[in-house]
Design a protein around this ligand. Sequence first.
Ligand SMILES: Nc1ncnc2c1ncn2[C@@H]1O[C@H](COP(=O)(O)OP(=O)(O)OP(=O)(O)O)[C@@H](O)[C@H]1O
Ligand SMILES: C=C(C)CCOP(=O)(O)O
Length: 250
Amino acid sequence: MAEKIILKLGGSVITDKKGDCKVDKERIRALANEISQRTDVFPIIVHGAGSCGHPEARRHHLDKGLDQTNRAGIFVTHHAVGRLNDAVVNALRDSGVESVGIHPLDACTAKKGRLISFNCETVELLVKNGIVPVLHGDVVMDTEQGACIVSGDQIISYIAGKIKVDRIGLATDVDGVLKDGMVIPSINTESAGELDIKESSNTDVTGGMKGKISELLSLAESGIESSIFHVSRTGDFLDGRDHGGTIVTK
Ligand SMILES: Nc1ncnc2c1ncn2[C@@H]1O[C@H](COP(=O)(O)OP(=O)(O)OP(=O)(O)O)[C@@H](O)[C@H]1O
Ligand SMILES: C=C(C)CCOP(=O)(O)O
């Protein structure tokens, strides 16, 4: 039976973070092609927003919640990341991988920026029927602050707590978690405290690498490991080979 995995495609690798919603179609096509060549793994895909969501969310200060002045930001931000989601789904389907987009705005609610509900049964049934669910970071309605931005990393942490998967991998634009330019092969809560993990050099409302590590460390604390690696090593991760990146562990 195929291994069930969660694969995150970082927003930085599927968009040009310098442009305003500039989808990197070539990169997405190449990743879809990599995925289509594997029969031993079945992925649940989660992607970030990159330049299709972060600039919009920042402009409408949605990370600070909703008020009378920024309600238009819901549509604008969701629409931008929705365009990116369509591009990922279309590329997968063009490569022969049957897939469909699942949008957190429609499926989830949050409280103070943290997910409190997400019916994962739809994701499970899609997987059971051989259809790849493609989720993403999104604007989500929030019981306390009106709305918030939920990162793809938080989505991973939530669904991995509900759906049993064999492996979790995050493809990004750096080789892993770095210290003095070198990849740290493995980190846990204790060792991460000693590292200088910063946000992101691009517009990012969800904490960049710092936010990512914090989500993955809480997942690791519950016994679920994950890997961060450079996007060029995605094939290695899919095949279960050494990916040269960082393993986030307990
Ligand atoms: N210690 C560190 N090691 C590696 N990268 C770091 C570190 N500190 C900060 N960073 C920054 O984090 C960035 C990666 O995080 P970023 O959130 O941009 O990734 P992403 O894969 O695009 O994810 P997302 O889709 O959530 O935006 C790197 O490009 C780098 O600039
Ligand atoms: C900015 C939006 C809409 C989602 C952010 O998700 P991330 O790129 O995974 O942090």
